[in-house]
Design a protein around this ligand. Structure first.
Ligand SMILES: *Cc1c(COP(=O)(O)O)cnc(C)c1O
Length: 335
């Protein structure tokens, strides 16, 4: 069988420079995230909404929009479509017409990191990698460890020293080698970057390889399909490294180009913790890039990301959508 995917090329998110789909990519030559591009007219000829609707309800039902060649083995632990749960009580409390939460906790290892890592590890395996490494505040490490184990690969995880014990043990139980680092996630990321050469690691850091976004964007496809291909008015998203917002925004553009949805977009809102809010600060200042946040502190470990390499992509999606960015305290108090 031949390798079948609809990927046409990869594109630097900053300069637009094109890259071939013939090898495993990291960042662009200028150090910016790469985005995967598809031949969407070929996809449109190959698959319909009705066809997608007839498939198994998991993230792979959107396979024509995903970078793994269709005849290649997925590294999968079963990634179900997650439900939109209607929150009637909250609607009454805040006076909103319709509120749903997408329960991403039902994915393997308990977070939506599974979507991105299922895809990134699948591509790493396809390209013959045997050693993975990831810096993480916790959930990405658990997912990398689980999917790496599934693929029979060695996994190295670096996590801030104050990462909860339960998370460190979860990663270790999956068989990964996990190290607590004297610093925050950016210190962990530096170790991983430096080890790609002599340790032979494939770097799975957020947006440093282009495939986690592709997995994560399936949230956008699911929301569209579950809403009858009519997007909601607003999406409120807990924002760390930004693969979710950037991925969903990319999914919406792809679906519109396919003619599967109209031009209506949700207003995209990034929510960050009061003690670590670089994107919110940059948004309020009208800046294109976010300065790193000093002394990042929050109990919400998954969003304790003081600096995001895709900051301009997150801010771009928020602004283009006429959305916003806001903080909450660790006790859940809004602004
Ligand atoms: C990683 C993570 C986030 C942030 O997601 P991004 O798409 O990287 O911005 C939010 N919540 C939880 C629980 C996470 O694990």
């Amino acid at each position: 069988m031949t390798d079948t995917s609809f990927v046409s090329h990869l594109e630097c998110s900053a300069s637009g420079e094109r890259y071939g789909n013939d090898r495993l990519h990291g960042l662009s030559s200028t150090g910016a995230p790469l985005l995967v591009r598809y031949d969407l007219s070929a996809v449109a000829a190959a698959v319909s909404k009705a066809e997608v609707a007839s498939r198994v309800p998991d993230m792979w039902r959107y396979r024509e929009f995903l970078p793994l060649p269709h005849d290649r083995a997925r590294v999968s632990l079963g990634e179900p479509m997650t439900p939109l749960i209607h929150l009637a009580g909250l609607e009454a409390e805040i006076g909103a017409p319709r509120v749903y939460v997408k329960d991403e906790g039902r994915l393997p290892t308990g977070s939506f990191k599974a979507r991105g890592l299922a895809m990134a590890v699948s591509l790493a395996k396809y390209h013959g990698k045997t050693r993975l490494a990831v810096p993480t505040a916790g959930n990405a490490g658990a997912a990398a460890a689980a999917y790496g184990a599934r693929a029979g690969m060695e996994v190295f995880v670096f996590t801030p020293e104050d990462t909860p014990d339960v998370t460190v043990r979860e990663i270790a139980y999956h068989g990964a080698r996990v190290f607590r680092v004297n610093g925050l996630i950016n210190a962990c990321a530096k170790i991983v970057r430096e080890g790609t050469g002599h340790m032979g690691w494939h770097d799975l850091s957020t947006l440093e390889e282009p495939y986690r976004i592709e997995g994560k964007k399936t949230m956008g496809y699911e929301i569209a399909e579950q809403s009858g291909w009519e997007l909601p008015d607003a999406i409120i998203y807990p924002t760390g490294g930004g693969t979710g917002i950037v991925g969903m925004w990319k999914a919406f553009a792809e679906m519109e180009e396919m003619g599967w949805i109209g031009s209506k977009r949700p207003r995209m809102f990034a929510v960050q913790a009061e003690g670590c809010a670089p994107i919110v600060r940059a948004f309020l200042e009208g800046a294109e890039f976010a300065e790193p946040w000093e002394n990042a502190q929050t109990r919400a470990a998954g969003i304790r990301v003081p600096g995001a390499i895709g900051d301009y992509l997150i801010l771009g999606a928020i602004r283009e959508s006429n959305g916003g960015a806001l903080t909450v305290t660790d006790d859940g108090e809004g602004p």
